[in-house]
Each structure stands twice: as structure tokens, then as C-alpha cells.
Design a protein around this ligand. Sequence first.
Ligand SMILES: [Zn+2]
Length: 531
Amino acid sequence: MARERLYLFDTTLRDGAQTNGVDFTLNDKLAIARLLDDLGIDYIEGGYPGANLTDTQLFAEERGLNATFTAFGMARRPGRSTSNDPGLAALLEAKADAICFVAKSWDYHVRVALETTPEENLASIRDSVRAAVRGGREVLLDCEHFFDGYKADARFALTCAKAAYDEGARWVVLCDTNGGALPHEVEEIVGEVVAVIPGSHVGIHAHNDTEQAVANSLAAVRAGARQIQGTLNGLGERCGNANLVSIIPTLKLKREFADRFEIGVSEAQLKTLAHASRMLDEMLNRAPNRHAPYVGESAFATKAGIHASAIMKEPATYEHVPPDAVGNRRKLLVSDQAGKSNLLAELERIGIKVDKDDSRLARLLEVVKEREAIGYAYEAADASFELLARRVLGKVPSYFDVEKFDVTVEQRDNALGQRVTVSLAVVKVKVDGEHLISAAEGNGPVNALDLALRKDLGKYQSYISGLELTDYRVRILNGGTEAITRVLIESQDETGERWTTVGVSPNIIDASFQALMDSIVYKLVRSGAPA
Ligand SMILES: [Zn+2]
């Protein structure tokens, strides 16, 4: 029997951006969009073009994504015509494949929040959908507070949804905006909606305020909805949105769903899920949730003892799905075997061929484990991992030596009597037997060190002239006076290639220096600079 297609719609960049403490830059948004695209997500909601600068720039970019890139905004305001609503105009002009309008479907909100009549609300939905369809866009309508609205006045809520469908909206999305609905309610109400609007045009957008956003999304699918909206790691306002990182493997690996439905995420893409989840956490500079279902570090961890020995004999005895299906790993305190195959897979991914019996592989595994135990994060710092692997395998030339460096930070009054803090770095390097000294001032010690280090590398200067730092993140590990600092640096070159390097030390300058050095050496390796 042919399986039915289920569509995944990600709103990390829009609803996820509402999370307390999350503030995406344009580069963050582009990187997350690529992450989602690589994962095989069907729709990526970018944000509100016209409403803020970052989103307006994002929609002006050449993004080159396979996913349907979607702009979000309000349906036309009451009492205006479509041609006289600047918000709507910005949406229609945005370089987007699809437009998602949000509109009221709860009579109470129409009266109290929108202060208009039910008729005008319906007219706004119809006019907005029609204008976007005419503009050649795929159209979605988010029915805000749909489930509460349905409980209060089912006929009105349905009329709003149906109006969008009748005007040609590809999807009518039922939103549990305050996250209060329960799975049995969602299943019942969606069942009634799909009797009026075909389920192949109905989506679910659930929030996690009763910790059932995933359950509510699956309940909606059981009842007939065919699009699921959510975010990576369940990011979102208050308690978050439905977590796609939990939903995707459930759809792929649980027979009830896997036998009936097909999604855009392939088996190979599913294996990158844990990596994608951790990448997002690194970008947000937050520690990954160890206990996250499927992808958390502890999701397949078992303490030694009878469980561990049983798992070694037959993993299926204790695991509900195979960890490698989602790119996670089984964690036993006794076996190195799993680590080795992960390492081989990782080396293959970055194009380094090693025989599985090569003794240097065991050595590399040991080094990775030692260094991760003291705080290096190779999962996030792909370039540092690659360098470490090449070093242990004997494939990194010694291009130059930093003989010494000196960084000073001085606070004083300047000529205008203002208090200023100035950083100065002096770096002494040896390239090809030649000693070079460079000095640079920066707005901080790391900035000064970076500038001085890259000022004069002799014969290698031309290889690194296009190198620039695009992000710098610091995390203090294990707190207190014994604190260790981890620095992650993201770099970019003239071709647009990006990479991340890591440094760890009790001293933040030293940690930064390690990450800076890795970034420069990585660039030299990638450019094929002669030793
Ligand atoms: Zn929402």
C-alpha cells in the first residue's frame, strides 16, 4: 500500500525566535535554515519580512534552499483594503516561496483583541489568501487559538478555516496557541475539521504548555492532519513548541506512523538528527539537554551491570530504537567498540580514509575521549576535530611556530578625560627560519591577539588574507574558582566556507589562542599551503 505523505514545517526561526534569551543574527538564521534544509524539512518559516531588519535582510538573501521558504505575517488589518495595508504589502513583496498568514478563529478574540466583527474577520482572511494566491505564492493560514475558539463556537472557528481553504490556501493550520489543549481533545476536534476540509490540507501547530505538544501533534495526525509544525529542540515562547527532534524519529521509526506515512527526511538524514540538535544548542551557547529523547547524551546510556551485559549481547533487549538510526550512540562504561565505529564514520564524513584495524585509530579515540573529558567539544568544532584527526594520523605539516605572545589590557583616561580600556597584543612567530614580530591594538584582548597573529605570517599571508572571524562564543564549564573556559570560534573565508574551532583552558586568552591557531592552520590545510 502506498504511504501517504506527511509534511514537516519548521518555525524555529519565527516561533522559536520568541524563546526567552534567544536572539538570532542574520548569520544564525541562515545557518539554521541550512541545517533544517539538510535535514529534509519541507517548509522553513523564516520570520516576518518588513517587520524587523534581520528578517527583511533574510528574505532579501539568495538562500539556495530546497525547502519551501515561508514568510509569516498578519492577515490584512480590519477596516483596510489589501492595497492599503503596508504589513501585507511587505509580505506579498518578500522573496518567499510561501506566505503564512495568521488570523483569528476565536470569536472572543475577534471582539476583544481585534475589536471588529466576525464578518470583517472572515473578509480579512479571504482577501489576504486571495491576494497571495494571485501573487503566485503557496498560502497557509494559521488559525490562532483554534482549539479554544472551537470549544467556544465551533461553527465560527470552522467558518474561518474553511474560508481560507475555499480561497485556495494550500494549508489551514490549527494552532493551539496557548498550549492548553490535551491529546484526546485535539484528536476529536481535528477529526471534526477534516470532515469539512480534507486532511491533506490541514496542519497542526502545538505549544508545549502541558508538555503534550508532541502528543498533540501525533494525535492530530491520527485524526487526519497531514502537516506538522514545530521547532528544533522544541524551542519557543514559554514552554516551547512541538519538538521536531522528537517527532521526526517517532514518525520514521514507530510502525504505526512509519507504515502509513512518508516524510521528507530520509534514513541517511535521520542519522544526522543528533548532530543537528547539538549544533543548534552550540549556536545558542546552551548546554544540550542530556536527557532529550532520542538525541540526548543519556538517551541510550546504561550503567554497567546486568543491563549493560544484556545490551552488549543484544541491544534490542533494552533499547526502543537503535541509537545510530538518529545519529546518537549507545553509552556503556565498558565498551570502546561503539566509539570506534562512530569515529570511523566521522572520519569518512570528512574525507579521511583509515583502515578500521589501524592502531592509530585507537590512539585517536583515546585522545578524543581525554580531551572531551576536559571540555573540548568536537561535535561542535568540526575543524578542530579534523585537525586533531589529521595530526594523530600524521598529516598536518608544521607551518609556523608561535614563539611567544604578550597581551596587555590597560584602563586609563584618554586625552578627552574619558575612561577607556585598550588592549595590545605582540606576537612573535617563526616561519621558515625567519622571525617575525607583529603588534596590534584591539577592542579586547582576544581581538588584539587575533589581529596580531594574522598580521604577518610571511609566505603564508596570502592564504589567510580572506580569513575572518564571524562568531566567538565562551562557556564556563563546571563553575566556581576551578572553572574551565571553553571558547568556540567560527571563521569564514573568501569562498564563504565556514568552520568552527575550539580551545579549552582555565585561562580565557589561552583557550582563545588555541581556537585561533586551529582556525588558521585549518585554513592552511584546506588551501593546500605548502609546508
Ligand atoms: Zn506558535
